[in-house]
Design a protein around this ligand. Structure first.
Ligand code: SF4
Ligand code: SF4
Length: 340
């Protein structure tokens, strides 16, 4: 595949070129130390070299809140709000976040395909960027390389003077058309090493999890955990939601609204009659980790964690999913049948 080069000084020009004919979402600074994906208006405000965003591009396909239905009993009427196709360029996406989109695609197409998610995904084009792993990333342990361009229409690899550009798809060629890029034929710089690792691959993690249901780590972690749900809300592969009917005081009209929810929140486990089916924090923590490395993985063969490190980086109690999983692995090593 031919490669090109984009000098750092021309990045804003490239963003302006994209903006001339596309809606573009890209990473921006948020406060002094954080980054967030937002609609790009000012090319100079887009940041391509960043460690991670607060939340992933998931929020554009599955918004934190959305109205599913409007109803009015006085008119005997109900309407489903239309959902506009996404038709946008997502610039500056890391490979683990694109891997998370592929996992969400599986979740929202398996069984009953989910209309709103699929409509917003329609027409999405991705321009990936490489990143240097920090102390929280462990995507390499779940098989996702920082240079992996799966699903990308263009991919930008960091170079000392700018970005090496790959254009693997026709959509990528259309995005680049009219913008002059120099040909480039030097090899890419070597990938930086991850400092965080999960010790065994997914093929053996299922057995580890199976043997760890009553492991003391769940109670020990629960002692520190605040049950705040932040780890769920920042996770690019978490997709659980609540559906609530908001009715006016006369009980004649209202809206059915969907909003993000999370298995670490106590209210998520409440069912009719006031019962809590997973009341203890330890059980909720185990469920969160099993959703990433066992329950869906047993069906798909893939970890449902993409190693972004957001849950650990955002946790006030400094609970690390890597430390939990590695502790289970270490303690399982005493039983040879589990790890062979
Ligand atoms: S972010 Fe940390 S403290 Fe909050 S629920 Fe998750 S593990 Fe517990
Ligand atoms: S579980 Fe944590 S590290 Fe894994 S994808 Fe979710 S937020 Fe990222």
């Amino acid at each position: 595949m031919a490669q090109y080069f984009l000098e750092q000084a021309r990045v804003a020009d490239f963003v302006a070129h994209l903006l001339a004919s596309n809606t573009v979402y890209a990473p921006h600074r948020k406060g002094s130390r954080s980054y967030a994906f937002a609609k790009a208006d000012d090319p100079a405000a887009v940041v391509l070299d960043y460690p991670r965003t607060l939340s992933s591009v998931k929020k554009f396909f599955l918004p934190p809140r959305e109205v599913l239905l409007n109803f009015d009993l006085t008119l005997d009427a109900a309407s489903v709000p239309p959902v506009e196709p996404g038709n946008a360029v997502f610039l500056g996406v890391h490979s683990y976040d694109l891997a998370a989109v592929r996992r969400l695609d599986f979740n929202f197409t398996t069984g009953n395909p989910e209309r709103n998610y699929l409509a917003r995904r329609d027409g999405a084009r991705f321009i990936g960027v490489s990143y240097v792993p920090d102390k929280f990333h462990f995507a390499g342990s779940v098989g996702i390389d920082p240079y992996d361009m799966t699903g990308c229409d263009m991919f930008l690899t960091k170079h000392a003077d700018g970005w090496i550009v790959d254009i693997p798809t026709g959509e990528g060629s259309e995005l680049a058309a009219g913008f002059k890029l120099e040909a480039h034929d030097e090899p890419k710089p070597p990938r930086a090493h991850f400092t965080q690792h999960v010790f065994v691959p997914q093929a053996r993690l299922g057995k580890v999890m199976e043997a760890s249901y009553d492991h003391p780590v769940w109670n020990e972690t629960a002692d520190a955990c605040l049950g705040c749900g932040t780890c769920n809300l920042v996770c690019p592969t978490c997709y659980c939601f609540n559906v609530q009917e908001n009715v006016d005081i006369a009980c004649t009209s209202g809206q059915r609204e969907r909003s993000w929810d999370g298995c670490m929140l106590r209210g998520f486990t409440e069912v009719a009659g006031g019962e809590f089916f997973r009341e203890k924090v330890a059980a909720r923590q185990r469920h969160r980790v099993y959703r990433k490395f066992k329950y869906i993985s047993d069906v798909t063969g893939q970890p449902w964690c993409v190693g972004c490190g957001r849950c650990t980086a955002s946790c006030t109690a400094k609970i690390s999913i890597v430390e939990i999983v590695n502790r289970l692995i270490r303690d399982s090593e005493r039983d040879e049948s589990i790890l062979t």
